[in-house]
Design a protein around this ligand. Structure first.
Ligand SMILES: Cc1cc2nc3c(=O)[nH]c(=O)nc-3n(C[C@H](O)[C@H](O)[C@H](O)COP(=O)(O)OP(=O)(O)OC[C@H]3O[C@@H](n4cnc5c(N)ncnc54)[C@H](O)[C@@H]3O)c2cc1C
Length: 392
């Protein structure tokens, strides 16, 4: 599989880099400290079509490929992981709609999501069904022209600002395992839907993670995505396609940490010379840069492969193609986010005691990197996915 960035992708990368370094990076510390993304930053995302890069042009998106999207994500994460997640969670929440919605559903929901007019969240995880998401307890029962949903989702990113949430629920209580799960679009003012506890998190403080509580929550029956029983497969295809986005967030976050560590090492004087002249420091920088580049290339490859495979009509019918996307998505997510975790810790070490202080941007990057090893399937689960595809 070959890939090369086009002239257009390089130009987009440069313009997003300029925008995010000038307008977003200087606000990253304040956003982390206050746990709030100011409205003008959200407007900046909307005005520059950053909320809709991977969505089809006919539904108001920018029509970018997955590769284009992850290049943009990398630049955003380099400046501020919280802001980057505006685009990332939008992609995660909307992919079930892209994958399985009817043209009418896309017209109604995707057009507003792609422009950033509406926020969307992805509701899979439950208090007792995390890695084992198929063990979900949320139920959806058809009652006349409505589905009635009961259950609680937890840790749902951006749920308190979402206008719609893609929710996964069991429609066939008797079916075991991954069977009998269906996907729905649930509007925030649906009767019986409420937002519960907002978690107090270690990092990514401005990306709220909330409970979504459904008590006899009634939604029109036409809000099902695909057919009854297809929900788990829609969720898994979503994650296969969005894991490179998480990987790219790790790549960008670490690239920003490396840039900072390099500049710091050149200026910090100990024993009468810049610490950048010490081999111990040089080797740290070299190790970070090596792993970072490997993570970036694996992530680009996974995204380019998604673009190539999903362009083939009927690709879902090919087991080997499905397995390939799962394997590459899991590989880049796991590798890049482990690299981001190790790398940010090493980059902080370059700053010595200052790396531990909140006045410097390293401890924030460590806290933000930790999350990436957990979301969209923990890195233990990614290893299981990879092994599963090898042994299939
Ligand atoms: C800040 C934040 C935001 C999130 N946003 C969303 C969101 O928007 N939407 C959403 O649906 N979910 C979201 N999640 C949920 C996230 O995807 C889950 O936390 C994750 O899948 C792990 O589930 P769990 O927390 O229940 O851990 P558990 O599944 O209980 O896992 C605990 C530990 O056991 C390990 N483990 C479990 N099973 C296995 C196994 N079979 N093999 C090896 N190891 C295993 C795990 O790797 C982990 O180390 C978010 C989570 C966080 C923290």
């Amino acid at each position: 599989m070959q890939y090369q960035l086009t002239e257009e992708q390089l130009m987009l990368r440069d313009s997003v880099r300029r925008l995010s370094q000038e307008k977003i990076a200087p606000r990253a510390e304040e956003i982390d400290r206050t746990g709030h993304i100011p409205d003008d930053i959200v407007e900046l995302f909307r005005a520059n079509s950053l909320m809709g890069i991977p969505f089809p042009v006919e539904y108001g998106g920018a029509g970018g490929s997955f590769l284009t999207f992850i290049i943009v994500v990398e630049e955003l994460a380099k400046a501020c992981t919280n802001c980057c997640m505006l685009a990332g969670v939008q992609d995660l929440g909307a992919q079930p709609i892209v994958i399985a919605a009817t043209p009418q559903q896309k017209e109604k929901y995707l057009t507003r999501i792609a422009t950033g007019e509406w926020f969307v969240s992805f509701g899979l995880t439950e208090p007792s069904a995390g890695s084992d998401s198929a063990a979900m307890k949320t139920r959806a029962v058809l009652d006349g022209d409505s589905y009635v949903l009961n259950g609680t989702k937890c840790f749902i990113s951006n749920a308190d600002r979402a206008n719609v949430i893609t929710i996964f629920a069991k429609t066939d209580a008797e079916a075991s395992g991954v069977k009998g799960i269906s996907a729905f679009v649930v509007e925030k003012d649906s009767p019986g839907l409420s937002i519960g506890k907002k978690e107090d998190k270690m990092g990514n403080t401005a990306t709220p993670a909330c409970e979504v509580i459904m008590e006899d929550c009634r939604i029109p029956k036409e809000n099902i995505l695909g057919q009854e029983g297809e929900g788990f497969y829609i969720a898994m295809e979503t994650l296969d396609k969005t894991r490179p986005m998480v990987a790219s967030t790790g790549v960008g976050l670490l690239a920003g940490a490396l840039d900072y560590a390099i500049e710091y090492a050149k200026e910090r004087i100990q024993f009468g010379r810049p610490i950048a002249t010490l081999q111990a420091i040089q080797f740290k920088l070299a190790d970070i840069a090596m792993e970072l580049e490997a993570a970036r290339q694996l992530t680009y490859k996974a995204a380019a492969q998604i673009d190539a495979v999903t362009a083939e009509p009927g690709w879902q019918k090919s087991k080997s193609k499905r397995l390939e996307l799962s394997r590459l998505g899991a590989m880049c997510k796991c590798f890049a986010t482990d690299v981001a975790m190790r790398g940010t810790i090493e980059a902080a070490q370059v700053l010595g005691g200052y790396g531990y202080m909140k006045d410097y941007p390293m401890e924030r990057r460590i806290r933000d990197a930790k999350l990436l090893q957990i979301v969209e399937g923990t890195n233990e689960i990614q290893r299981s996915v990879i092994a599963g595809t090898l042994l299939a």
